[in-house]
Ligand binder design. Structure first.
Ligand SMILES: NC(=O)c1ccc[n+]([C@@H]2O[C@H](COP(=O)([O-])OP(=O)(O)OC[C@H]3O[C@@H](n4cnc5c(N)ncnc54)[C@H](OP(=O)(O)O)[C@@H]3O)[C@@H](O)[C@H]2O)c1
Length: 315
C-alpha cells in the first residue's frame, strides 16, 4: 500500500526532526520543506530511511509553489515559528499570514487534516507581539479549514532545543542569574519526543477540528527550572530577583544581538502563566500521556555543561 504523504513545514527544527523519525518509522512518507537544502539537508536526511523522506527547498511563501506541494499530500503540518523578529521575518508574516495561506490551500485541496502548532499561555498576553500574532494565526486557521487541529505546547525541551541548552550555557558563564518576575511564572515543560508523539497520534487517529493544549507531567516555576538545571550540572549561582525596569534595559541591549538571549517581547510574555487554561482539551483528554520529567531528561545531556564537560567554561 502507498504510504500516506505528510507535508511538513519547519521540518528541520527541534519538533520537526523528532516528528519525521516518528512518522517515517510508522510508514508515513514525509515531504520536508526547508528554506535552505544545502544547510539543512544533511540534518534532515539522517532522520529517515530512504524512500520515506523527500526534501523540498522553498525560499519564499509563494502560494503557487505551496499549492503544488499541498495538492500532492494527504496531511499538512505547520511547525514554522520564530522567537524574535528580524527585518524580513516579522511575527505577523510567520505566525498569522503563513498559517492563513496554508490552511486556505489545505481547504482548497480538501486535505484530510491540517495540523498547526501554536503556543500555550498566550490568550491573556495581549501586550506581546509574539502572542498576538500566534492567536491571530489560530483564529484564521480555524476559520479557513474545519479539519484543522491547533496544538498549543508549553516549553518543548530536549538536547536539540534553544531553551535548556541556552540556559545551561548561561548558568555556566554568569556569576549570577537574574530571576524575572521573581521566578514565579509557572510552566508545564514537555519533552520533544512526547510532543512528537502527540502530533503522530493526531495524524494516526485522524483527529480534526480540535484545539489541544500540550503539556508535560509537572508544573514548574521559572525558579524551579533554573534550580533543576543548576543541580544537574552540580553548580551553585546567586539567583537575583530583577526589578522590571532593569530587566527591560538588559532585554533592550540583548535584542540588538543577532540571536538575542531575551527580547523585550519575550520579557513581556514571561509574566503570563504557561499552564493549562481549562478552556481547551489537553493531550490527556485524548489519552496521550506525556510522562517524561524535566529533571530526569535534562540529566541525559546536562553532563556536557558540568565542570570538565564539552560546553563547560572551565574544561
Ligand atoms: N520549542 C518550544 O519550546 C515551543 C513552545 C511553544 C510553541 N512552539 C512552536 O512550535 C513550532 C515548532 O517549534 P520548534 O521548536 O521545532 O522550532 P524551531 O526549532 O525554531 O524550528 C522552526 C523551523 O521553522 C523554519 N523557519 C524559521 N524561520 C522561518 C522563516 N522565516 N521562514 C520559513 N521557515 C522558517 C526553520 O526551518 P528551515 O530553516 O529549514 O527553513 C526552522 O527549522 C513553532 O511554531 C513554535 O513557535 C515551540
Amino acid at each position: 500500500m502507498k504510504p500516506k504523504e505528510i507535508l511538513v513545514f519547519g521540518a528541520s527544527g527541534q519538533i520537526g526532526r523528532h516528528l519525521i523519525r516518528k512518522l517515517t518509522k510508522n510508514n508515513y512518507k514525509v515531504i520536508a520543506v526547508t528554506r535552505n537544502i544545502h544547510q539543512k539537508g544533511y540534518i534532515l536526511k539522517t532522520q529517515a530511511n530512504p524512500g520515506y523522506l523527500e526534501i523540498v527547498e522553498l525560499s519564499s511563501f509563494d502560494p503557487e509553489k505551496i499549492n503544488s506541494l499541498i495538492k500532492e499530500c494527504n496531511v499538512c503540518i505547520n511547525l514554522i515559528g520564530i522567537l524574535f523578529e528580524k527585518k524580513k521575518n516579522q511575527f505577523k508574516n510567520i505566525h498569522t499570514e503563513l498559517p492563513a495561506l496554508l490552511s486556505k490551500l489545505a481547504n482548497k485541496n480538501k486535505l484530510e487534516q491540517f495540523v498547526h502548532v501554536s503556543a500555550l499561555g498566550i490568550e491573556k498576553a495581549t501586550d506581546s507581539k509574539y502572542a498576538t500574532s500566534k492567536i491571530n494565526g489560530e483564529n484564521v486557521v480555524k476559520e479557513n479549514f474545519n479539519k484543522s487541529v491547533i496544538l498549543k505546547p508549553s516549553i518543548v525541551y530536549s538536547v536539540d532545543d534553544n531553551f535548556s541548552t541556552n540556559f545551561l550555557s548561561l548558568l555556566n558563564k554568569l556569576p549570577i542569574m537574574p530571576l524575572y518576575y521573581e521566578g514565579k511564572t509557572n510552566f508545564t515543560p514537555i519533552h520533544v519526543t512526547d510532543m512528537a508523539l502527540i502530533i503522530y497520534e493526531i495524524v494516526k487517529r485522524k483527529i480534526v477540528g480540535e484545539t489541544i493544549e500540550c503539556v508535560g507531567p509537572q508544573v514548574l516555576s521559572f525558579k524551579d527550572i533554573i534550580l533543576t538545571l543548576l543541580n544537574s550540572i552540580d553548580k551553585k549561582k546567586i539567583l537575583i530577583p530583577t526589578p522590571l525596569f532593569i530587566a527591560k534595559i538588559t532585554a533592550k541591549i540583548f535584542e540588538k544581538m543577532p540571536k538575542p538571549l531575551i527580547t523585550t517581547d519575550q520579557l513581556t510574555l514571561l509574566k503570563y502563566e504557561n499552564v493549562v487554561s481549562k478552556k481547551y482539551k489537553t493531550n490527556l483528554d485524548f489519552g496521550i500521556n506525556a510522562n517524561k520529567t524535566f529533571e530526569k531528561e535534562i540529566k541525559k545531556y546536562s553532563f556536557n555543561w558540568k565542570t570538565g564537560g564539552q560546553f563547560s567554561k572551565n574544561i
